[in-house]
Write a protein that binds this ligand. Sequence first.
Ligand code: ZN
Length: 175
Amino acid sequence: MDTNFTSSYNYNMNKKIIKFPSPMLKKKAKVVKRLTPEIVRLIDEMIKIMLAAPGIGLAAPQIGVLLRVIVADTGEGRWAIINPKLTEKHGAQTFVEGCLSLPGIEAPVDRASQVIVSGMDRRGEKIKIEAKGLLATVFQHEIDHLDGKVFIDRVKDPSLIKYVAFEREKREELI
Ligand code: ZN
């Protein structure tokens, strides 16, 4: 599918995002054993790329780094989580999802509506985040990336997968 980027800045940033069906997106990311300046730099880079895309979430494997690091910003705060783990899941909800690694594709995905994600922040502090609604979906989508899963793997009926133009008003919902 052809993608027309309007700004060269966005184009350069998007080049860094690994696109489906790259085998990289099927791999399981490794646990971060130690917080180093490289990890902090990785987080900064991921946030920059996510915001430029624009997207509301990004997982390290999407830029070719097989480490368990995710970032998210749904407009209600910015999160960077190292070794995120879904420790609780409740309820159900369905959002039409997109993904920066699958430009032009969207589909409804059923996920838990409330989650607790634990992990470590960029200062090495243990964190536990309660999320619901869109943020809960974003966290589950990004943690899936760490396990080598993309959102279309969770779509039960392939006829629900829609091929849409990349440039559209819903672009900010790409994760
Ligand atoms: Zn994604």
